[in-house]
Ligand binder design. Structure first.
Ligand SMILES: O=C(O)CCC(=O)C(=O)O
Ligand SMILES: [Fe+2]
Length: 440
């Protein structure tokens, strides 16, 4: 017990070998961009001044928000990572491990690539410490030690929450199970008009890569792929919310709150994964909280180990563009839109309704005119006036219910609308075919 406690709170330093190597060059490049104040604050931060570290982080943050995301210079993203590492170092030295993790996650989410290794390894160390603290405080709740003698109040709070966890997690799991039982009549009441009445997407079991290429990839046609995910560790692990809480509970993730990204009341928030799981549990379908299109598996290695890149993504000489998580409660809607890449959407937990219109129907689907939204339709399939959007009325589409353990292939530029019917955890793999491929 004493050993554990010492191991947890002894003030060892958070090492940052890449930063130590890269800092002079990075600071030089930042001053070339006119970031003299940032350079001066960072230099003071490196010398042990926490307020300077925080000021540097603020300055980099402002640069990240000074214009459209794609116009932000990469050097400012690396500057943000560097400042996050400085700030996290102070928290770490003070035994504030969950706070250090929050700052490091912001660095991973918003920062650049140069200091990624340091961020990942610091996350590993801080997670270890936060978990050790949690174990100590759990033991203290059982009467072995005084939790107030520990430094990290967050870990204690988490233990206090955990004393109810037996009950809570049980409820979560029952909810997951009962949500699987959704009958067709109930589903049709929730879905847009005419759902499941047109052409259903082909469903193929254990389809070979050759069969996939020949019948779907080359013709550019969607297909539901079943019996090809049973080997994913996530298929067994992610049904247990306790597991997700354990590997990712302290980590910060960006979530979307509101009906969908085209609505005025829509906003983004940063939550810990534990807070997010609690929201999933408590949210009514009116205000869903959706962890949508987030590269969670670049951020959280343990979760990366639970998923497997489908062989189908190697069709056409793959260049993987992004692997994203889409986690949320029943009732999340991704409005009608298209993406430029091939997509395998893999359903790990729960089920979703998906409607697809071919790429060639673009004109009839009333794309927004602003450049940022040109890949989204103005039509809200859940509620639209046929007089305003007459062309979509009789348009044929394909649709399906993507069941747990199945994948859907969506060809590039095919329009898709997605609604979760249960609590749902899915992963999308976007890839582009090499230029020599006929479908690139
Ligand atoms: O699952 C969703 O809500 C949307 C998925 C999607 O749009 C995609 O994978 O491209
Ligand atoms: Fe999409």
């Amino acid at each position: 017990m004493a050993d554990l406690q010492t191991a947890v709170t002894s003030g060892d330093v958070m090492e940052t070998p890449v930063l130590d190597d890269e800092a002079p060059d990075l600071l030089h490049r930042i001053s070339e961009e006119g970031g003299y104040a940032y350079v001066s604050m960072s230099t003071r931060a490196a010398g042990g001044d926490i307020r300077a570290a925080e000021a540097a982080r603020e300055m980099a943050w402002e640069q990240l928000h000074s214009g459209p995301w794609n116009s932000v210079l990469p050097v400012w993203r690396d500057a943000y990572s560097m400042a996050c590492l400085f700030v996290a170092k102070f928290h770490y030295a003070n035994g504030e491990f969950t706070e250090a993790l929050r700052v490091l996650d912001m660095g991973l989410i918003m920062g650049g690539t140069v200091l990624r290794k340091d961020l990942d390894s610091a996350v590993g160390k801080a997670t270890e410490r936060a978990n050790a603290l949690l174990r100590v405080s759990e033991q203290s709740v059982n009467g072995c030690a005084n939790p107030k003698s520990l430094t990290n109040q967050n870990a204690i709070n988490m233990t206090e929450q955990n004393s109810e966890d037996g009950k809570k997690v049980d409820i979560m799991l029952r909810r997951f199970e009962s949500e699987q039982i959704v009958d067709r009549r109930q589903v049709l009441q929730i879905l847009p008009k005419k759902s499941l009445s047109c052409k259903l997407v082909d469903r193929r079991s254990a389809l070979s890569l050759e069969g996939f290429m020949r019948d779907y990839f080359l013709p550019g046609s969607p297909v539901l792929l079943s019996d090809c995910m049973s080997h994913w560790p996530a298929r067994t692990k992610w049904n247990d919310l306790n597991y997700l809480k354990k590997v990712a509970g302290y980590r910060t993730v960006p979530v979307e709150v509101g009906k969908n990204y085209l609505c005025n009341d829509w906003k983004q928030e940063m939550l810990t994964f534990s807070e997010f799981l609690e929201r999933i549990q408590s949210n009514g379908p009116d205000v869903p909280t959706y962890l949508a299109q987030h590269p969670l598996f670049d951020q959280i290695q343990e979760l990366r180990n639970d998923i497997v890149t489908p062989d189908y993504c190697f069709a056409g000489g793959t260049e993987m563009k992004s692997v994203n998580a889409w986690f949320g409660p029943a009732g999340t809607v991704t409005p009608l839109h298209h993406d430029p890449h091939h997509n395998i959407l893999a359903q790990v937990v729960g089920k979703k309704y998906i409607r697809l219109y071919p790429a060639s129907f673009s004109e009839e689907l009333y794309p927004h005119s602003e450049s940022m939204l040109q890949n989204s339709s103005q039509v809200d399939l859940d509620n639209f006036d046929p007089n305003e959007f007459p062309k979509i009325q009789d348009l044929e589409f394909m649709d399906c219910i993507l069941e747990e353990g199945e994948m859907l292939y969506i060809p590039p530029k095919w329009w898709h609308y997605v609604r979760s019917l249960t609590t749902s955890l899915s992963v999308s793999f976007w890839w582009s075919a090499s230029p020599s491929s006929p479908t690139s």
